[in-house]
Design a protein. Structure first.
Length: 144
């Protein structure tokens, strides 16, 4: 069975709505060791990322904030993808995710991205790329 472009679009929309309506890892992380916020004044998105790290390994990551479905779904997917990874692995994941959002076909096949690959459709909407990268921006600021 092949998946048509229309089917891919539908899957992309369903993934965003699922993570927007039922976000994973949303809330406060009381024992956070790192925290930062990022916002996009153009559209009003705000994301706060809290991380608990031990020996450069991300043990837990939570987010809070408000904004469009893309920024909130991206934060949910990011938190799932990062748990148990080192900071270096997280930085590589962000690089690959950014490439995916820019339409890089190799990144679209990169299994390390896992569920994040479901956001590949954002590449068709360049103005929304910043929305999807906002939680990564907050994470990067928190872990500097």
């Amino acid at each position: 069975m092949t998946i048509s472009t229309g089917d891919t679009s539908l899957l992309y929309q369903q993934l965003i709505l699922e993570h927007y309506r039922r976000p994973r890892n949303r809330g406060a992380l009381p024992d956070a060791t790192h925290q930062s916020a990022a916002s996009n004044p153009v559209c009003g998105d705000e994301v706060v990322v809290q991380v608990r790290m031990r020996e450069k390994v991300i043990e837990a990551v939570m987010f809070s904030g408000r904004g469009c479905a893309i920024s909130q779904a991206a934060a949910s997917l990011m938190t799932d993808a990062l748990r148990g990874r080192t900071l270096e692995e997280g930085a590589r994941l962000k690089e690959r995710f950014t490439a995916l959002l820019q339409g890089n076909a190799d990144a679209g096949r990169d299994e390390e991205l896992g569920s994040l690959r479901g956001l590949a459709g954002i590449a068709r909407f360049p103005v929304r790329i910043r929305c999807a990268l906002l939680p990564w921006e907050a994470l990067e600021a928190a872990t500097r």
